[in-house]
Design a protein around this ligand. Structure first.
Ligand code: GRF
Length: 209
């Protein structure tokens, strides 16, 4: 580098808001990632249910939490508006749905179009919806897996960003298969979040696919 030139200041980590409805083991993988605080930062974790384990995990990691419960609103559109406002309040560059078991309305989907990702425990477009693992098992597929995709107005229909395959074992039940899929999801989701954050902060050179 020519004398006097200084290296460009490292880009600020991308602000990430994570939404989760349950145990939060996928969230935990993000919280434990070495890229956390470097490429991206989890600035808040939200849930549609008060007191879930995912919120405890976030609090233990020193991350702000919030709950926007549908039961606290007159109707679904009012919940959608409130959730979108609470997420926006944290000024995220990326929103991550990590086991968030609610269909989102247009306020949030439109506000974060192209910047909101979801992880699903099946190889989309096969087996979308709330029972992807059970449906794959019932169908008798030999290989299933997980998908990280951008969120659009449909249910698990957004553009696919990445996938990982998981073999179905002869003695699998829904619980054993889902646990192995979750292991793949934790790695895949963390990888995709880091790749998106890299691309957001280094538009001149996108991360390898
Ligand atoms: C994940 O498999 C996700 O794809 C699905 O729900 C599960 C959440 O697991 N929608 P956890 O709460 O992160 O442990």
């Amino acid at each position: 580098m020519p004398a006097g030139d200084t290296a460009p200041a490292p880009a600020a980590p991308v602000r990430v808001v994570v939404l989760a409805s349950g145990s939060g083991s996928t969230l935990q993988a993000l919280l434990d990632s070495p890229d956390r605080g470097v490429l991206w930062q989890v600035v808040a974790v939200g849930s549609d249910k008060p007191g879930v384990t995912a919120l405890d995990r976030a609090a233990r990691a020193g991350v702000e939490t919030f709950t926007v419960a549908p039961a606290d609103f007159a109707d679904r559109p009012a919940w959608d508006v409130a959730l979108a406002a609470e997420v926006a309040r944290h000024e995220p560059g990326l929103v991550v749905l990590a086991g968030f078991m609610r269909i989102l309305g247009t306020p949030l989907v439109d506000a974060f179009a192209g910047r909101m990702v979801n992880t699903h425990p099946a190889l989309l477009p096969s087996f979308p919806g709330a029972h992807g693992v059970r449906d794959a098992l019932a169908h008798g597929v030999k290989v299933t897996g997980c998908t990280v995709h951008l969120v659009d107005a449909g249910v698990d229909t957004g553009p696919i960003l990445d996938q990982a395959a998981v073999r179905v074992l002869p003695d699998d039940d829904e619980a054993t298969l889902h646990e192995r899929i979750k292991t793949a999801e934790r790695e895949l989701l963390t990888h995709v979040v880091s790749r998106l954050a890299h691309d957001l902060t280094h538009p001149e050179r996108t991360a390898p696919r």
